[in-house]
Design a protein around this ligand. Structure first.
Ligand code: GTP
Ligand code: SPV
Ligand code: MN
Length: 609
């Protein structure tokens, strides 16, 4: 117990990749770990690490009859979400980080990081995790190596990405470039000092050097702060790679829909954190004859194919999903994947029979639980049993509806792009963009109420361009320009159709006007029928909304008043919205693309007409 480092089998501590060997040596000399372990990614190693974490008190082994090979972790209450205020893009020029990012001069930042990381791994094992985002057999595989002093991070990375010896071998054989991603919880142990279950540091630094493609993360063990293949690499650094190499790295799910005529369509959807991506990605359609398959639930890398078609791949291997609200009635496909086991849950509640529970998991609320802070909980307790940003981390191949195309390095052709947010007012259930550039405008002005996925106030409306506000690794205006310029090189006939959606609009009573979840399949059906030129729409100043009767509501028990609330385009609400967009666009300064300014002008004119 206590601070015992994971010492077994440290036999393979070498690599033939000179750059990697030098970097590992340099990091070890700086951070001074007790031992070094090269992660091989094997089942045996996973068992060793999770056993160790159980012994240390970081993980609780769940009842294998309920959740086989699964564990629960409970974080420090001050380390429960991404820390956007502590996240930095340290480009050489401040201008290149843009107004949406925190910036610091790279040299000044490196001085701070050097000091923070000096001796930061004392008393701990330093793990070296070779990983690849996306298929290892891709034409240009995107490699990373995360060095971390957290075994919890290693175990989680094994679910979220392909890691270990096979990846290392490929890096060596091809003498590949890899993104160096250094992570420390920032909690060195003095000799004999007893460890805590969730070591972390009050001070957190999540830092990206876009030109070097390097990542440094200090002080947090949680989610997007610590699993560096995810937001740090696959969005922030990848967005910069994508700008330079001519592709797109986006915060989007990827879903395949199969119509009753057996025709397949692919939809990509960008919703901000905790706004419904995982749920839509695992959709169970309620309309007869329609089927859905999952390709991805959080990150989407897109590039134009040989015929100018836009193709998408999911670079991740797991789901890191919001637990609360994920239940047998709202998302049975996620639940079925979760109960297969092999999962790590963080900040959920424990049931008395050794399982996990969170708000919304079952209709019946257990009479007694141990809440995420380890305290007794009953329905009378009056606070959530699971943290609002509690998560399940589950291998994506446990999703029964996973599309076989998930494994294809070429990806799938995208037919429709959805932008969506969590808005109580103003934004209708679904609006089709007038054309591609107007669709980019819709994405650029996307807004949503903030959620528990990041620290800070919840429920505040903020602009979140393409749901990428916390993830664009460079100037936001340049990012919009990249969307515009890149798509000009695609086949214009085959560009996806773009839609704005909002599952979260409220009715007069304050409840959700639209039932959401599986019923969102009805909206998708209208979207597909629009692509096919079959569904009727009404043109409004903001775009095309479903004509009366065009949305398939057969068998749905929703009042006409609610449907009207969900679909309405309210001039008074839009007057306020336009003011909000004006304010938002003003913040871009010179870097706002002229095309976007022109779209805003057009929107205003249509309202004035
Ligand atoms: P990140 O993993 O943080 O990027 O979140 P996400 O975009 O994948 O969101 P997710 O699907 O996990 O949903 C977040 C929350 O919104 C959960 O509590 C869901 O239950 C809830 N939610 C998802 N879809 C709907 C919907 O259609 N209607 C309503 N009312 N709530 C929804
Ligand atoms: C998000 O916040 O968008 C997430 C969770 O998907 S995290 O991995 O913490 O970024
Ligand atoms: Mn996300």
């Amino acid at each position: 117990m206590g601070n015992a480092p994971v010492q077994e089998s440290v036999e393979q501590a070498t690599t033939t990749h000179e750059g990697l060997a030098a970097w590992v040596a340099e990091v070890a000399a700086l951070t001074l770990p007790e031992s070094i372990r090269w992660v091989d990614g094997s089942v045996q190693e996973y068992a060793l690490l999770t056993d160790h974490l159980v012994n240390e008190g970081t993980l609780t082994r769940l009842n294998p009859e309920l959740f086989p090979n699964s564990f629960a972790a409970f974080s420090d209450p001050k380390d429960v979400a991404r820390v956007e205020g502590r996240t930095f893009i340290c480009s050489e020029k401040e201008r290149d980080a843009g107004f949406t990012n925190n910036w610091m001069d790279p040299a000044a930042m490196k001085e701070i990081l050097d000091e923070k990381f000096a001796g930061s791994m004392r008393g701990r094992t330093m793990f070296v995790i070779p990983f690849v985002m996306g298929p290892l057999d891709a034409q240009d595989p995107k490699f990373g190596v995360e060095i971390t002093d957290s075994a919890y991070v290693v175990a989680s990375m094994r679910i979220m990405a392909q890691i270990g010896s096979e990846v290392l071998r490929k890096i060596e054989e091809t003498n590949a470039f890899f993104v160096p991603a250094l992570h420390s919880v920032g909690a060195p142990l003095a000799p004999g000092e007893k460890d805590v279950p969730w070591p972390c540091n009050e001070e957190k630094w999540i830092v990206h050097f876009p030109e070097e493609r390097a990542i440094f993360s200090y002080g947090s063990g949680y989610g997007g702060n610590a699993l560096l293949g995810k937001k740090c690499f696959a969005l922030r650094i990848a967005s910069v790679m994508a700008r330079d190499e001519g592709w797109l790295a986006e915060h989007m799910l990827i879903l395949k829909l199969i119509s009753p005529e057996n025709k397949a369509y692919h939809v990509a959807a960008a919703f901000p954190s905790a706004c419904g991506k995982t749920n839509l990605a695992l959709l169970q359609p309620t309309i007869p004859g329609w089927k859905a398959e999952t390709l991805g639930d959080d990150i989407n890398w897109m590039r134009f194919g040989k015929e100018g078609e836009l193709r998408a791949v999911n670079p991740e291997a797991g789901l890191f999903g919001v637990a609360p609200g994920t239940g047998w009635s709202t998302n049975p496909n996620a639940m079925a994947a979760i109960v297969k086991g092999n999962s790590i849950f963080t900040n959920v509640a424990l049931t008395d029979d050794g399982g996990v529970w969170w708000e919304g998991m079952t209709n019946e609320v257990p009479a007694h639980l141990t809440d995420w802070r380890g305290q007794d909980w009953t329905p009378e307790t009056g606070r959530p049993a699971a943290h609002p940003n509690s998560r399940f981390c589950t291998p994506i191949d446990q999703v029964d509806m996973l599309s076989p195309d998930y494994y294809s390095p070429e990806g799938v052709e995208i037919d429709a792009i959805l932008f969506g947010g969590r808005r109580k007012t103003t934004i209708p259930l679904v609006t089709q963009a007038r054309d591609w550039t107007h669709g980019i405008f819709m994405g650029s002005t996307l807004s949503s109420e903030t959620t528990a996925a990041a620290t800070g106030a919840v429920g505040v409306v903020r602009r979140d361009p393409m749901a990428m506000l916390p993830f664009i690794g460079y100037d936001a205006g340049d990012y919009l320009k990249h969307w515009i310029d890149l798509s000009a090189g695609g086949n214009q006939e085959r560009l996806p159709k773009i839609f704005l959606v909002n599952w979260f609009r409220r009715n007069a009573e304050g409840g959700f006007a639209w039932p959401g979840f599986s019923e969102n399949s009805r909206v998708l059906k209208w979207i597909i029928e629009r692509i096919e030129g079959k569904a009727a729409a009404v043109e409004t100043p903001i775009g095309f909304v479903p004509a009366e009767g065009a949305l398939d509501l057969a068998g749905l028990e929703v009042s006409d008043a609610d449907i009207a609330d969900a679909l309405k385009v309210d001039a008074a609400e839009w007057k306020e919205e336009l003011a909000g967009i004006d304010e938002w666009y003003a913040r871009f300064g010179d870097s706002l693309p002229a095309e976007m300014a022109a779209e805003l002008e057009g929107l205003k004119q249509r309202f004035a007409a």
